[in-house]
Design a protein around this ligand. Structure first.
Ligand code: ADP
Ligand code: MG
Length: 250
């Protein structure tokens, strides 16, 4: 993202001066709080969470079950609204958008990958991948489709139905579907939770490879230590509080 003439306000963006350009953070999360319910049954699922992620960064989110990881990812993807706080994607304040505008923004800028693959059983690999593009009334980019099928090693399976694929292959189709619109942000909630370790590392390697070309930012919740170790940065959520653990590799 280029910021050529507009100087970001101090403290708002962490800017890097590279070859005369300002690079803005792709994601800014500011003071997010989320409380479910009220009174005695209220759950403070997120407590004043703030962080930023730069373009092309691969961030892993770790933490115990029930710590608030999915709640956080839902806020980042604007699938749910926070009790207070802001999320900016590419400088745009998602929670200030009207529902229609937000739906289109989400469809064009964010790719979601879930633990359950959520593929449409009646559609082939290719048809599943192209689905979000058609939903947006756009013409599918054939070359991009070919590149993704190649990168995700699905070429030979393009006309198969999900039921004719292994778990690892199905998750690769879900990744292809998330990448078909070339979103700048990819949000993944335990994408390898249903896969064995061999398949997990393969799937993640392919996701990283496929996303590198378009400098896509990945934020991934994972319980897999090996995957967290390959991330550029690890964020830990403990009882709704976020801690930046930095790089945890090697
Ligand atoms: P994680 O993904 O880390 O396992 P979640 O974000 O799903 O954790 O949940 C965080 C906390 O918020 C938990 O205590 C959970 O019970 C609670 N919670 C999550 N979703 C809801 C909801 N829709 N209504 C009420 N409480 C919820
Ligand atoms: Mg969860």
């Amino acid at each position: 993202m280029l910021m050529l003439c507009k100087m970001p306000r101090a403290g708002v963006f962490r800017e890097n001066f590279i070859f005369g350009r300002f690079e803005m953070n792709l994601l800014e999360v500011r003071n997010i709080c989320k409380t479910y319910g009220s009174g005695e049954t209220a759950v403070n699922a997120l407590k004043n969470v703030s962080f930023s992620v730069s373009k092309g960064e691969f961030v892993a989110i770790v933490g115990e079950s029930g710590s608030g990881k999915t709640t956080l990812l839902n806020m980042l993807g604007a699938l749910d609204t926070p009790t207070s706080g802001k999320v900016l994607i590419d400088g745009k304040d998602t929670f200030s958008m009207k529902e229609r505008e937000l739906t289109v923004f989400r469809r064009r800028n964010i790719g979601f990958i879930f633990q359950s693959f959520n593929l449409i059983p009646e559609l082939t690999v290719e048809q599943n991948m192209v689905f979000p593009v058609l939903l947006d009334y756009q013409k599918p980019n054939e070359r991009h489709m070919e590149e993704l099928l190649e990168a995700l090693k699905l070429k030979e399976r393009r006309r198969h139905l999900p039921s004719q694929l292994s778990g690892g292959q199905q998750q690769r189709v879900a990744i292809g579907r998330a990448l078909m619109t070339r979103p700048s942000l990819i949000l993944a909630d335990e994408p390898t939770g249903n896969l064995d370790s061999q398949n997990s590392s393969e799937v993640i390697a392919m996701l990283k490879e496929a996303s590198k070309k378009y400098e896509q930012t990945i934020i991934m919740i994972t319980h897999n230590r090996g995957i967290a170790q390959t991330a550029d940065r690890v964020l830990q959520v403990s009882d709704g509080v976020l801690v930046d653990l930095g790089r945890c590799g090697e």
